[in-house]
Structure formats: C-alpha cells, structure tokens
Design a protein around this ligand. Structure first.
Ligand code: AMP
Ligand code: FES
Ligand code: ZN
Length: 308
C-alpha cells in the first residue's frame, strides 16, 4: 500500500476515499477535510473568535489541534460533569493538552459552580443521564461563549456521530430535530453560532490523527452512556459501510445538501424570552431548563443518593 499523495509506504487506508496515506499526508488530509467543511458550510473566518468545547476525548482534542494548525483564533472550554474518575481523568487530559501547547482553557465545574453533578441530575429526573448531560452542555457552552465574547462554539461531533443521530431522527421522523441537524446553527439573540467542523471525518480517522500526532487522549468512554441508542445506530451504519464503503458519508452529506432544508420551516418558528434567573433565552416563558434542573438536582445531598 502506497500513499496516494507522495507514494511513500502508507500507514492507513480510507476505503470511502479509495485512498491510503503515509503519516504526514494523512495529517494533511485531516486538515484539508476540516478546511473544506469550514468553507463549505461558512462556519467562521479568521476574524471570528472560536470557543472549542473539549472533553479530553480524541475528537475534541484533535479538533482543537487542527483549528490551531489552521491558524484560527481558538480557545478551549472544559466542563467538569462530576462523573467520578471518568471526569477527573478527562480534566487531566484536557489541561495537559492546553498546557503543553500554551493554549487558553476555560473551565466550568458543575459541582463547584452550580451545585450538582450528572449522576445526581439523572436521579432526580428519573431519565437516562445523557438527557441532563446534553442539556447542561448546551446551556454552558452557550453561556460561556456569550459571557466571554466568543462568536462561535465548535464541538467535536464527527461523521459517525452525526450519521448515527441522523439515522435515529429519520427512524422516528423527528421533523423538528431534522430541521436543526446541520453543521452550522446560525447565531441569534443570546445564542452564539454552533459549528461541527469534523463532519467530514470519521471516528477511526480521529483516533488515527491523535495517535499519529502524539495527542494523549482519554480512551475510556463515559460510564453513564452505556446502552445509549446511538451506539446501536453506529453499529448498523458500520455494517452498511463494510458492504458499501462511502454509504455513511453519502447518507449524511446528501441530507445536508438535499434533505435538511425541507424540514426547516417547522423548526424555525419559536418565540424566546430571557430566563429570569440566568438571562439565557428560553422558549418556556419562565425559568430555563438548565436553571430548573439545577434547582431540582442541587437539593439532593450526595450522601442520600441511591447506591451510596
Ligand atoms: P458527546 O456529547 O460526549 O458526544 O460529545 C460531543 C462533543 O461535545 C465533544 O466532541 C466535545 O466537543 C463536547 N464535549 C463533550 N463533553 C464535554 C465536556 N465535558 N467539556 C467540554 N466539551 C465537551
Ligand atoms: Fe454525558 Fe456521559 S458524558 S452522560
Ligand atoms: Zn436559566
């Protein structure tokens, strides 16, 4: 196997591109895919201040590295979710990455700054922890960006993540979600722009990127996400991809190009008012979902929780 670009011995092949690359040309390929995604979807320009949400996992650390390489003005944001050793370790990886490169990292810690953690929130809501976790992440990514004057929030969702979410949305014809699933969500009153610059790169490519560029990431997955239905959707898509390489990327990029806009009108019509507690825009007309969660989850003392 030879590198498509320079003909040196290849270290990785990417079947959907019918190509193999040596280490250096593979890193170049990843940068090119991110550059293309940023331009294709007009995510941001050199004048924008970008806040990248970093979990300590392969995708978001690789994204931060790639955006710095591409010369964007980009700082990091790490959220401590209070998920035991998993959170402690993800914080260590993220801080170490930032320190080694002299990059600016903002930190918000749910237990210290907001008085609750994800296991406690899952318990009071009696739902899968991912719901409370996703809600807290969306809220805090946005409020931190607004507070510090960033134009854009970038997350490390990759091609596999987005294709799995799309499959889930299509299987249930979630028209509202389909209208909002896009690599760019424009800024509006009280909301920074949200972007996903890794939509052209798969999970395997992101892991290879980290290994080949010496990024020490957290390999362990979140212990609370076990049985997450997206994992099942990923398996289904992977077996499709095995039989017909490129199927996954075609499914996702075809939706962005020809499907997404058909669901838009329904999703766009929402009236927003500021949350009386935190000022974040909300559809409820009262306290926002995050402040409501904090009020409920913050009152369960740690020692009274199930399993202790
Ligand atoms: P997940 O929700 O775990 O699939 O992660 C999706 C993206 O959200 C990651 O690629 C990161 O950009 C961001 N993210 C997840 N967890 C955190 C965290 N604890 N702190 C900051 N960003 C995070
Ligand atoms: Fe959110 Fe695990 S990272 S529930
Ligand atoms: Zn609020």
């Amino acid at each position: 196997m030879k590198c498509r670009r320079c003909k040196a011995p290849a270290v990785i092949d990417i079947r959907r591109h019918n190509a193999a690359f040596c280490s250096e040309c593979f890193l170049h390929h990843c940068r090119e895919q991110v550059r293309k995604a940023i331009h294709e979807y007009e995510m941001f320009g050199p004048e924008d201040r970008v806040l990248v949400a970093v979990s300590g996992g392969k995708d978001s650390l690789a994204l931060w590295d790639l955006l710095v390489d591409l010369d964007y003005e980009v700082d990091g944001l790490y959220l401590g979710l209070g998920i035991g050793d998993y959170s402690d370790e993800s914080g260590v990886h993220t801080r170490q990455f930032a320190q080694e490169r002299g990059l600016k990292l903002h930190e918000v810690d749910l237990p210290t700054d907001h008085g609750f953690d994800i296991p406690g929130a899952a318990q009071v809501t009696r739902r899968a922890p991912c719901g409370a976790c996703g809600l807290s992440k969306r809220h805090l990514f946005n409020s931190t960006a607004i507070e510090h004057g960033y134009d854009v929030v970038a997350t490390g969702h990759n091609l596999d993540d987005e294709a799995a979410v799309l499959l889930g949305n299509v299987l249930r014809w979630e028209t509202g979600y389909l209208g909002r699933q896009y690599p760019v969500l424009e800024a509006s009153d009280g909301f920074a722009r949200k972007v996903k610059p890794l939509v052209r790169l798969g999970e395997r490519e992101m892991a290879a990127y980290c290994v080949l560029s010496g990024i020490d990431y957290q390999v362990e997955e979140c212990p609370m996400a076990e049985g997450n239905r997206h994992l099942g959707f990923k398996e289904v898509l992977n077996s499709l991809e095995d039989r017909s390489p490129g199927a996954k990327a075609a499914f996702l990029s075809g939706f962005f190009a020809r499907g997404h806009e058909r669901f838009q009108t329904e999703a766009d019509q929402v009236l927003l008012a500021p949350c009386p507690e935190c000022g974040a825009p909300t559809t409820t007309g009262g306290t926002c979902a995050f402040c409501s969660l904090r009020a409920r989850a913050g009152v369960v003392p740690v020692e009274l929780r199930a399993g202790r």
